[in-house]
Design a protein around this ligand. Structure first.
Ligand SMILES: CC(=O)N[C@H]1[C@@H](OP(=O)(O)OP(=O)(O)OC[C@H]2O[C@@H](n3ccc(=O)[nH]c3=O)[C@H](O)[C@@H]2O)O[C@H](CO)[C@@H](O)[C@@H]1O[C@H](C)C(=O)N[C@@H](C)C(=O)N[C@H](CCC(=O)O)C(=O)O
Ligand SMILES: Nc1ncnc2c1ncn2[C@@H]1O[C@H](COP(=O)(O)OP(=O)(O)OP(=O)(O)O)[C@@H](O)[C@H]1O
Ligand SMILES: N[C@H](CCC[C@H](N)C(=O)O)C(=O)O
Ligand SMILES: [Mg+2]
Length: 515
């Protein structure tokens, strides 16, 4: 579905754009009414940003955008040459690095330079989506009109649009923020990925509160190394992008960020000396105490399973207070279950007593750290067999694959290695890398069983049937795809939903439907 755009916009003279950029003004006095960087999304009157990329140069789509009614093009010198060579007759603004100015241009065209919407931005390797839902649901409970932008979806009040990426490109983002302002929303909570920070997607947005959850191995296909990955995340904590930071210092990267941030930072975590201290209270692992500045002392309980969700809930509560909410009311508001799709989501087969079915969970863990966290969260409630169905994505960080297999094998009793969006790669090669990690744990002496089942549907069925006889003392955790609704194989996305597959597998194994 097309991303929403604001309805009432003042057309922006192209000369105003070139003046903003200090670029030579075009002879034409055309005005623009929108911005896009995707030729397929051009609407009449748009300024099309033709950017150089890894696979194409946006200027190669000049003829299509002219045909679609684009009013003008913003590009680099190479793009301008291509447009001329292709005989594209549109006014062109040329700058050396168009991606780097796109946020400012989009903010001018969509009128979001002085945004009347409070902004909360969340970055970190794991926990962004969960924490964003926690903040969103709490603010909604407190009576605010809240927008959400993240991996699963964009929400503008009651309107929901499924996401393609975690963080939209700048033109789409500023259009969404303009729509939120137009509809009277007072706050927007959004996930800010490292790709987005490195690619200027959130330029022109200043977060009132920016959160850092944690940093661990991921995306090293895109970032040169962990320092480079950290630097991308840290760039959120600079005056151009944030006013105040809330940094979890439970890992060393958070500690480093708290020392190096270019904006005032409050720290949060389980260790002494932090501004917001999380202390788990006694026997219930979900219950905790959160103490903060100015005598804030809250007794809270995470509605989601796992130690990491204690941290996510604590971060949400502290973020609400830093964003100006009353601490006691904020504490009450984070107690409700925010229903985060595909994050530790339980799948239950109706019509079969709970004690007769394995605990079945779908989770989006797709990094070594997240897999470890998710399985550790499930281990204490699993007296019987803990099965993990896992795979790794194609065309993504290759070196995390073995570590993901090892993380699963360290905690589970049975690991079923399968496919997860092989994309353009050979799925068997990806599975082999995951299996290597499992084998490294087995050769270290841990008696974990492993099977390789490429077809994900068969893998889920095999996992469930292996433990169905144990009833609720067993757990099947299917990780990696969470809310996703497709399996990308060689560029074709086949409909696939782990939650439906798990329900089907339970039905088959428990004899509720004929196989
Ligand atoms: C590494 C990365 O993020 N690349 C993004 C980047 O690609 P690129 O600069 O190489 O562009 P390209 O594909 O060569 O195309 C060049 C230009 O031509 C344009 N084009 C291209 C084809 C066409 O038909 N028409 C057209 O106009 C493109 O919009 C682009 O401006 O700009 C493209 C245009 O917006 C994105 O589609 C592309 O995202 C790719 C597909 C992607 O998979 N990104 C993922 C890794 C990502 O961003 N993930 C993060 C984090 C995920 C997480 O939460 O863990 C996210 O925020 O989602
Ligand atoms: N604070 C946390 N620390 C470690 N692991 C976590 C944390 N929160 C969630 N996880 C694990 O990481 C997985 C992804 O969580 P979530 O979707 O909230 O993170 P994300 O940062 O939005 O991820 P992505 O960048 O892929 O969208 C969860 O399914 C869970 O297994
Ligand atoms: N949104 C992230 C995670 C996808 C998780 C997994 N399902 C995969 O395909 O690797 C990405 O695009 O890297
Ligand atoms: Mg996310």
């Amino acid at each position: 579905m097309a991303s929403p755009r604001p309805t009432s916009l003042r057309p922006t003279p192209l000369r105003e754009v070139s003046t903003l950029l200090g670029a030579p003004g075009p002879a034409s006095d055309v005005a623009v009414t929108g911005v896009t960087l995707d030729s397929r999304a051009v609407r009449p009157g748009d300024l099309y940003a033709a950017l150089p990329g890894a696979r194409a140069h946006g200027a190669d789509f000049g003829a299509q955008v002219a045909e679609a009614g684009a009013a003008a093009v913003l590009t680099d010198p190479a793009g301008a040459e291509r447009l001329t060579a292709a005989g594209v007759d549109l006014p062109v603004v040329v700058v050396e690095a168009p991606r780097a100015v796109l946020g400012a241009v989009a903010a001018r065209v969509y009128g979001t330079e002085d945004l009347p919407v409070r902004m909360v931005g969340i970055t970190g390797t794991n926990g962004k989506t969960t924490t964003a839902y926690l903040v969103h649901s709490a603010l909604t409970a407190l009576g605010h009109s809240v927008g959400l932008i993240g991996t699963v979806e964009t929400r503008i009040g009651d309107e929901r649009v499924g996401s393609v990426r975690t963080t939209p490109e700048a033109p789409e983002l500023h259009a969404l923020l303009a729509v939120m302002a137009e509809r009277g929303l007072d706050t927007c909570v959004m996930e800010v990925s490292s790709h987005a920070l490195a690619q200027h997607r959130v330029d022109g947005v200043v977060y009132d509160v920016a959160l850092f959850t944690n940093l661990s191995r991921d995306h090293l296909d895109f970032h040169a190394d962990m320092d480079d990955y950290f630097a991308a995340k840290a760039s959120l904590f600079t005056p151009e992008r944030a006013r105040l930071g809330l940094v979890c210092t439970d890992d060393d990267w958070g500690g480093r960020l708290a020392r190096e941030a270019g904006v005032p930072v409050r720290t949060i975590g389980h260790t002494e000396g932090v501004d917001w201290r999380v202390a788990v209270d006694g026997a219930d692992p979900a219950a905790f105490r959160l103490t903060g500045p100015d005598g804030v002392d809250l007794h809270l309980r995470s509605s989601l399973p796992g130690d990491f969700n204690v941290t996510n809930t604590a971060m949400a509560a502290a973020a609400l207070v830093l964003a100006g909410e009353d601490p006691a009311r904020a504490g009450d508001a984070v107690l409700a279950d925010p229903h985060v799709p595909g994050r530790m989501e339980r799948v239950v087969l109706d019509g079969v007593p709970a004690g007769d079915q394995p605990l079945a969970v779908v989770d989006y863990a797709h990094t070594p750290d997240a897999i470890a966290a998710a399985l550790h969260a499930l281990r204490p409630s699993t007296p019987g067999t803990l099965v993990c169905v896992t795979g790794a994505g194609g065309d993504r960080d290759r070196d995390k694959r073995a570590a993901m297999g090892a993380a699963a094998a360290e905690v589970a009793d049975l690991v079923v290695v399968t496919d997860d969006n092989p994309r353009s790669e050979d799925p068997a090669v990806i599975r082999a890398a995951v299996l290597e990690g499992v084998e490294s744990v087995r050769s270290g002496g841990r008696a974990v069983r492993v099977v390789e089942v490429g077809d994900r549907r068969e893998a889920v069925r095999e996992a469930v049937s292996a433990v169905a006889a144990e009833g609720s003392s067993a757990t099947v955790a299917v990780v990696g795809k969470g809310h996703e609704r497709g399996q990308d194989v060689a560029g074709v996305v086949h409909p696939f939903d782990d939650r439906d597959e798990l329900r089907e597998a339970l039905a088959l194994a428990l004899g509720v439907v004929a196989p």
